[in-house]
Structure formats: structure tokens, C-alpha cells
Design a protein around this ligand. Structure first.
Ligand SMILES: [Zn+2]
Length: 278
């Protein structure tokens, strides 16, 4: 690709991000539910509270006037529940890929995202990132957001605080080295959050992000089933969970090729969330 074309593409991606802009990640009302409030469901492994309407105030980012940059301790709120979806106007969705990077699957996923000029989020594991720094560099070049998914993918609820901190911190460091920036987002393995994970994540400047639609692609249900789950779950603000490592993810790779053009044709804007600071 010519350099000027690359720049044009990069600019287009950045423009897309700017368009999302004020949306950020925060609580969102599920369209059509008439602003009905419901208590947040406790997060459980593999069973996030999908499509449940959330009270507008519940996960909204607090104004952070007077605090320092996101990396500074105290600038990130300590939450008691992870964010599940994006707020904002328009048909915006977020695609997230966990457990990688793995060149066998991450590379074709990046190729597909590049083909349609959309950006996504990759929640990487430190031990995978350490082996594939080139893929994190490519994610940076192409405007993707890299989040922290711990070093070795443990069940955090069984670990002590010191070990959790080590899992998170080492991963922040390797992401910064390979991607160029420290991560602003954290996702607990298996969606199993605890108080230490929220507190330590905030100390390290990361917001907890879960998901709205689980493709359950790790169960290898078939490419068509993964596509159906994404298409059935598609709605403004939805965050989709898939995997680009941790097993044979060729179905996830093929599914993306099928549903991504479909979502774009349906008018969805696929983008990445932006942290909001006053
Ligand atoms: Zn995972």
C-alpha cells in the first residue's frame, strides 16, 4: 500500500473515532425499553447481563475535573461492576477479541478489520503479547485499542491481591513496550471480577470493560452460529466478545468476515470506546 493511501486510511479511522467522541463508554439505555431502570445483574463467568436495561447513572463515568492524566493514581474511579456497553447516539458497536495475540488468528482478524477500515479492541494476555510484540505494534499502527487481560489468564477470584497486581502490572508494562501506550481498559478472565480487580485496575488507570453479547465462540459452535449470535445481538452500544487465541479460533476468524460487512451494511458504525476526562 502506498504511504499516502495508508495515511488516508489512518485518517479515516481517526475521523471515525472522533465521530464517536462524546459517546465514550458509560451506561446506555437500551433502545425501546422506555428508559426503564433495572438493577445491574451480578457479573458471572460466561453469563454477563446481556441486553438488560441499565439505569443511566449506574455505570456513567463521573466527571473527573481536577484530576491528573489517566495514568495517575486516583484519576480512574473504582467501580463495583464492569462497564457492559457504550452510550451515545447512533448505531455504534464495539468488537472485542480476547486472549491473544496469536498470529494464526489475530493476523487474519486484523486483515479483515483493515479491509473494512474499522477499529476494534484486543484484550491481550501479557504472556501472548510478549511472544508477539509485532502484532501489538500493528494494532497501534492501525488504530486498535489494546486492553489488559492479565498475564496468564488466571481466575482472579482465587488469587491474592499481590498476585493479581503482578498479573496486571506486568501486562501493562509489556503492552506499553510493544504497543506504545499503557492500557486504559481491563477485562477480567472469565468475566470473574472481584473487589481487588476493580481497585487495582483503577490504581493502574484502567476502566473495567465486560461485554453485552457473548458469541461463545470458544465452544466452537460453528461459524454460522457465531454469525447469528452477533447479528441477533446487534444493537446500538453493544460490546461483542470473541476470541483470537486460546484454542482453534478459525470459526471466529471466518465469522468476522461474514458478519462485519453485514453490520456495516445495516448502518452500524464499528468503533472503539474513548475514555472521558474533563
Ligand atoms: Zn479470556
Amino acid at each position: 500500500m502506498q504511504k499516502d493511501q495508508l495515511l488516508t486510511r489512518r485518517r479515516a479511522l481517526l475521523t471515525g473515532a472522533a465521530a464517536l467522541g462524546a459517546a465514550g463508554v458509560a451506561a446506555a439505555l437500551v433502545p425501546g425499553t422506555g428508559n426503564r431502570a433495572a438493577p445491574p445483574a451480578p457479573p458471572a463467568p460466561g453469563a454477563q447481563a446481556a441486553r438488560r436495561p441499565l439505569k443511566p447513572s449506574e455505570y456513567r463515568l463521573r466527571p473527573l475535573t481536577g484530576y491528573g492524566p489517566p495514568s495517575a493514581t486516583g484519576s480512574t474511579p473504582v467501580r463495583t461492576e464492569p462497564l457492559l456497553r457504550m452510550s451515545g447516539r447512533g448505531r455504534t458497536m464495539v468488537l472485542t477479541f480476547d486472549d491473544g495475540p496469536d498470529p494464526r488468528y489475530t493476523t487474519p482478524i486484523l486483515d479483515t478489520l483493515a479491509r473494512y477500515e474499522v477499529r476494534a479492541m484486543f484484550f491481550v494476555c501479557g504472556e501472548m503479547a510478549a511472544e508477539n510484540p509485532d502484532l501489538l505494534a500493528r494494532m497501534a499502527d492501525e488504530g486498535h485499542v489494546v486492553g489488559n487481560h492479565t498475564w496468564s489468564h488466571p481466575l482472579l477470584t482465587r488469587l491474592g491481591r499481590r498476585r493479581i497486581r503482578l498479573e496486571m502490572e506486568r501486562t501493562c508494562d509489556i503492552i506499553e513496550k510493544a504497543h506504545g501506550e499503557r492500557p486504559q481498559w481491563f477485562r477480567a478472565p472469565y468475566g470473574a471480577w472481584n473487589r481487588a480487580a476493580f481497585q487495582l485496575g483503577a490504581e493502574l488507570g484502567m476502566e473495567p470493560l465486560a461485554w453485552t453479547v457473548d458469541t461463545l465462540d470458544w465452544t466452537t459452535p460453528g461459524t454460522a452460529t457465531i454469525v447469528d449470535r452477533v447479528e441477533d445481538g446487534a444493537a446500538p452500544g453493544v460490546v461483542v466478545l470473541s476470541h483470537d487465541a486460546g484454542g482453534d479460533r478459525s470459526q471466529s476468524v471466518r465469522a468476522l468476515r461474514a458478519y462485519l460487512p453485514g453490520l456495516l451494511d445495516s448502518g452500524y458504525h464499528i468503533s472503539v470506546p474513548r475514555r472521558q476526562y474533563a
